[in-house]
Design a protein around this ligand. Structure first.
Ligand SMILES: [Zn+2]
Length: 283
């Protein structure tokens, strides 16, 4: 047991013993350090995935905790690889799990089988994940040469002309920025004027027919206008004609009131008729 209680016995000598732990011949980590001379520290380890014990063939669920023997077994660059040796709680078998810094995961080394529950994108309608490690592929010098040659051809046949084209375009647009700018602005102003006139006309139409101001009106199109007129005429022709029986009572009798020019014409006519009657020889 570690010196938790800080009881210093009478024969304790700080100079000689240094600490209570060393006085009692114990490690600060207590029983967990009992195999420290073999490089093993006892730690609490939680299963990161489901496994089957190879000895008893029982399924052991993810999250079950063991007092594991933790040991450094190697290095991946500057990262230590640790091994965790656990004793199955259902039998006397041991299994070993190691860290895998390269793939940032745990792997079962011996004594158990990992239940494969990894996400497989290909099985689930996704894209396959390929190993893009270039060093793993064998280098074929001829293929490499071919690759560089085709790259060269692509450069001279496609990339260079394209660069030239882009440069030409760029030069054309950057040669006289003032002239281009004023041209564009002039054009913009004209368009704006036309738009304003059109909006004014549209507003007039909307006001006349009591249309909502947010209603977009169609462009004036002679073809559309002609079509609409033809349609209207057709509909008018197809309309049933209502026959109204004219009776004397329906027609208001308006007494003729000669007025202005009409009065002069009728009086002249009366006189001419009178003269003609006088001139006719009696029978
Ligand atoms: Zn077991």
């Amino acid at each position: 047991m570690q010196g938790f209680n800080k009881y210093y016995p009478p024969d304790f000598d700080g100079e000689k013993h240094g600490s209570l732990n060393s006085y009692r011949g114990k490690h600060a980590l207590g029983d967990r350090a009992r195999k420290l001379d073999q490089g093993i520290l006892i730690t609490r380890f939680e299963l990161p995935f489901n496994i089957w014990c190879d000895t008893c063939n029982n399924h052991i669920g993810m999250g079950v905790r063991y007092n594991a023997e933790k040991k450094k077994v190697g290095m991946y660059y500057t990262t230590a690889i640790f091994s965790f040796r656990c004793k199955c709680h259902l039998c006397d078998g041991w299994f070993e799990i190691q860290t895998d810094p390269k793939n940032t995961r745990y792997v079962v080394i011996s004594g158990a089988r990992q239940k494969d529950e990894d996400w497989n994108p290909e099985e689930n309608g996704g894209y396959a994940v390929h190993d893009t490690d270039a060093s793993s592929s064998t280098v074929d010098p001829l293929a490499a040469l071919e690759k560089t040659t085709s790259a060269q051809t692509h450069l001279t046949k496609v990339q260079m002309p394209r660069l030239d084209e882009l440069q030409t375009v760029s030069e054309r647009f950057n040669a006289d920025p003032y002239a281009l700018s004023s041209k564009v602005r002039k054009q913009f102003r004209e368009v704006k004027k036309v738009e304003a006139a059109k909006r004014k006309a549209d507003d007039l139409v909307k006001e006349r027919y009591g249309l909502p101001s947010s209603l977009p009106l169609l462009e004036d199109d002679p073809d559309a206008a002609r079509e609409a007129k033809e349609l209207w005429e057709k509909e008018q022709a197809a309309r049933p004609v209502k026959k109204v029986k004219v009776t004397p009572s329906t027609v208001p009798i308006v007494p003729k009131q000669p007025s202005g020019k009409n009065a002069a014409v009728s009086s002249l006519r009366a006189r001419v008729l009178g003269n003609t009657a006088k001139l006719q020889p009696r029978r």
